[in-house]
Design a protein around this ligand. Structure first.
Ligand code: NAI
Length: 338
């Protein structure tokens, strides 16, 4: 029986990369039905609401969502809808694979996964100015919050992910040498959880700055990485850079009941409507979604077809040095499905 998922095409190039992705999903034999919903600027235009109640209801009902990029106005207007959705459904694990798709880059055959804690750390938004001697902004303070509950569930998620995907090692990256309380708690809890997987999944911890350097020097030394929110935000982009940039980076945001898979890049207003966007990020996210709903064969076929298409310079999109537009690229991926 087909699984119904919520689809939010999003803003800018969102509808273009979503169309391409749905075409590829159908050709790959994915058993999915689509409940299309609005959010972001598209929601404001149609319903005067960047996150309409109907969209939230749909995600609540279907528990799985595929989301294109949403425009967040700078300065004024509404807050990030991406963050609002993550909060609403407590999508605590941000899963960011970095996999070589285009040969000839800095490294070949990279296959890493970063698991980023998505709800705590410095990004809880507890911050304020401190006024001093007539200067209302003499200082500013942000609070980093780490809870035993949050640390435990994210590290456990990383180990369960490793176990389910035949991966051998989990690296916990931290700054416990300086931030002895917050990062110290994260590390201590991580070590406790790791003990439960002893003999099955290897565990190591590393200081975050050394991890950043080692990822660039020898990425093959890593497998699954887990860390708190801001460190994960930064290193997941570093890892995307190792394999060709954000245009190829998929992401899953996973909670206890609900999961949202999304393109990592933004709405690219500079090229929106031109039919030249690269749909790979959203299509790879859709492959993760297929695995989540237990359709791994369709996921594998899509990844293989994307890889074959990207190997040939003649069938790459412009952002990757090719000449294809979105439709020509999509047609090539469909042709390359086994
Ligand atoms: P962006 O990722 O939209 O664009 C950066 C550059 O990359 C642009 O030159 C763009 O043309 C190019 N690019 C991005 N995706 C591409 C694709 N699939 N194919 C070909 N080229 C691509 O980042 P920017 O310009 O900083 O943000 C634009 C808007 O997107 C902002 O409103 C921002 O808030 C939003 N945004 C949304 C995200 C999300 O929904 N997850 C993530 C990042 C930004």
């Amino acid at each position: 029986m087909a699984t119904t998922i919520t689809v939010i095409p999003g803003d800018g190039i969102g509808p273009e990369v979503t169309d391409a992705t749905l075409t590829i999903l159908e050709a790959a034999g994915a058993e999915l039905e689509y409940d299309e919903q609005l959010a972001g600027l598209a929601g404001v235009d149609a319903l005067k609401n960047p996150l309409p109640e109907g969209t939230l209801d749909s995600i609540r009902r279907n528990q799985v969502c595929l989301k294109g990029p949403l425009t967040t106005p700078v300065g004024t207007g509404f807050r990030s809808i991406n963050v609002a959705i993550r909060k609403e459904f407590d999508l605590y694990a941000n899963v960011r694979p970095a996999m070589t798709m285009v040969p000839g880059g800095r490294y070949e055959d990279i296959d890493l996964v970063l698991i980023r804690e998505n709800t705590e750390g410095l990004y809880v938004g507890v911050e304020h100015y401190i006024g001093l001697e007539g200067d209302p902004r003499a200082a500013a303070e942000s609070v980093m919050i780490i809870t035993r509950f949050g640390a435990e569930r994210i590290v456990r998620y990383a180990f369960e992910y490793a176990r389910a995907n035949d991966r051998t090692k989990v690296t916990l990256a931290h700054k416990a040498n300086i931030l002895k309380y917050t990062q110290g708690l994260f590390l201590d809890v991580g070590r406790e959880v790791a003990r439960e997987y002893e003999g099955e999944v290897e565990f190591e911890d590393r200081i975050i700055d050394a991890t950043a350097m080692q990822l660039v020097v020898n990425p093959y030394d890593f497998d699954v990485l887990v860390m708190e929110n801001m460190f994960g935000d930064i290193l997941s982009d570093l890892m995307a850079g190792l394999v060709g940039g954000m245009g190829l980076a998929p992401a899953g945001n996973i909670g206890k009941d609900t999961a949202m898979f999304e393109a990592v890049h933004g709405s690219a207003p500079d090229i929106a409507g031109q039919g030249i966007a690269n749909p790979c990020s959203l299509t790879l996210s859709a492959a993760m979604l297929l695995e989540h709903v237990d359709q791994p064969d369709a996921a594998r076929r899509i990844r293989d077809a994307l890889r074959t298409t990207l190997e040939d310079e003649a069938t790459r999109t412009r952002d990757l040095g090719g000449t294809c537009n979105t439709k020509e690229f999509t047609d090539a991926v469909v042709r390359n499905l086994d």
